[in-house]
Each structure stands twice: as structure tokens, then as C-alpha cells.
Ligand binder design. Sequence first.
Ligand code: PMP
Length: 285
Amino acid sequence: MAPRIWLNGNLVERSEAVIPVFDHGLLYGDGVFEGIRSYKGKVFRLEKHVRRLFDSANGIRLAIPWTAEEVTEAILETLKANPLPDAYIRVVVTRGEGRLGLEPFCCCKPNMFVIVDKIVLYPRELYENGLDIITAATMRNHPNAVNPRLKSLNYLNNILAKIEAIDAGVLEAVMLNHLGYVAECTGDNIFIVMGGRLFTPPIAAGILEGITRDEIIDIARKSRVEVREENLTRQDLYTADECFLTGTAAEVVPVVRIDNRTIGAGKPGPLTRRLAREFHRRTRR
Ligand code: PMP
């Protein structure tokens, strides 16, 4: 069945789901988005994603002309029209159509659309064997520029780091912040295990407050694993016992090599496996 896209209140065919070339989302990356997953037809942490969408919009002074309830309803309606057992849902709100020139407030009507599709970020065997990543030379956006907490349509910072990863023959790159501390990967948060404790950079390091990150922290704390949100250096990554990435699309992916340094035993570690298992269980509850 051809996918049906929710566009400004209507479910339309993909070929009809079009945005004007004067939309500032396209001209300037002026807009916000969310990536959400559903498992067995049930949307995972929908409320948190909708809240983050509104928080991101608020951060860029974009007033979404739908309520949180209406956005939630739009997501559920699109999922119903595209009944995939496990789906990836993309919600995008752009500044809308305007004139050439940056002035955002000449765009009087934001455009919103919802896509329901499948997504496979990494080959299945990497979840078993672990991922090889590099540190990118491109640093993460300074929090006083476009704060990484905003899930904006302006992902060029991350795309430049992703290109570095591809050039180096790997699939993902870790980005450092303006102080040289570890921030996050191009589309995922990062965790390490050291001496049985779990470490991840704090939000103040300039990262997206990942919903999967929150879930992993909660799972770890509930199983009495100490979690510390602390600044990490590249050397901390190299000397970690275990490392993994988290994200809605990626879920939990073990990392076994960083900049050609083998992490721990060079295979997914026991705590990583345990947390990934419990995360998987929660998504299907
Ligand atoms: N960091 C960045 C830069 C992201 O784009 C994402 C989402 N793909 C994440 C982290 C993970 O966030 P979440 O778990 O909410 O998907």
C-alpha cells in the first residue's frame, strides 16, 4: 500500500505531499522535527516526543498552530493509515512559506507533516558485533549558537561529522564540544561503562536530551547501576570497558572501536547487552 502522509490536516498520497520552495524550512532550515518509533502498533514515549517538539519550536519562536493533543492525534491518525507493525514516525514543522530573506515572522502559516515509514540505521549484525566509530574534527554546535537541545531542521553540523565518518570508512562519528569534551554522535547519544558504572555527558555539554538516553538512565538506576552525567574526554572513551550509543532510530548500539582503539574486550559488553535487552522489553510492553 502506498504511504499516506499527513500534511496540514489532510492525509494525502506521497506525490501530493509537497512543500512550496519559498518555505523557510527549505530555504534556511528554519523548523523543528521529531523522530519517533512505534512497536507492535503502539507509539513509544509519544508524550515526551510531542513535548520536545513544542520545546524545540518554542526555542526558535515558532508557534505551532496545532495543540499538543492535535499533534498527537495527527501522529496516531497517520500511523493508522500506514499500519506497519514497527514503524518510524517523522514529524516536521517548518516556519512556512515566506519571502526571500531571513525574516521569520513574514511566514504566517507553519507547515506540518507526518511521515510513517521504516528505518534501518545500521545493519543487524552490528547490533551483535558492535560498531566502529571515529572522533570528528567538526565540533558540536556551541550551545549559545543553535543549542543542540533544539531538534531543529538545521542538521548540517551533524551532517559534516557524518561525512567525516563515511570518509573514514565507518558509519558514525562522535563529536566533541567547544571545550573539547565528548558531546554526542551525529544522531545518537553516547554512554561508556567504567568499573561497573555508567557515564554519559551531561546536557550542559551541549547535546540533545535524548529520550532513549533518559530511558537507559532510568533502566540502569532501577537495576542499581550507578549513573553519572559527567564531562568525558576522548581518552575516557578509549579506556572504557564498554561503549554504546542510544537513539530512537538506532535504539541501543554497542561500540567496539573508536579511532582504531579497541574498546574493552572488542565485543559488546555485558552491561550494554543487559541494558539493550531491558530497553527492548520496555518498547514492547
Ligand atoms: N542526538 C542527536 C543529535 C539526535 O539527532 C538524536 C535523535 N536521532 C539523539 C541524540 C537521540 O535522541 P532520541 O533518543 O530522543 O531519539
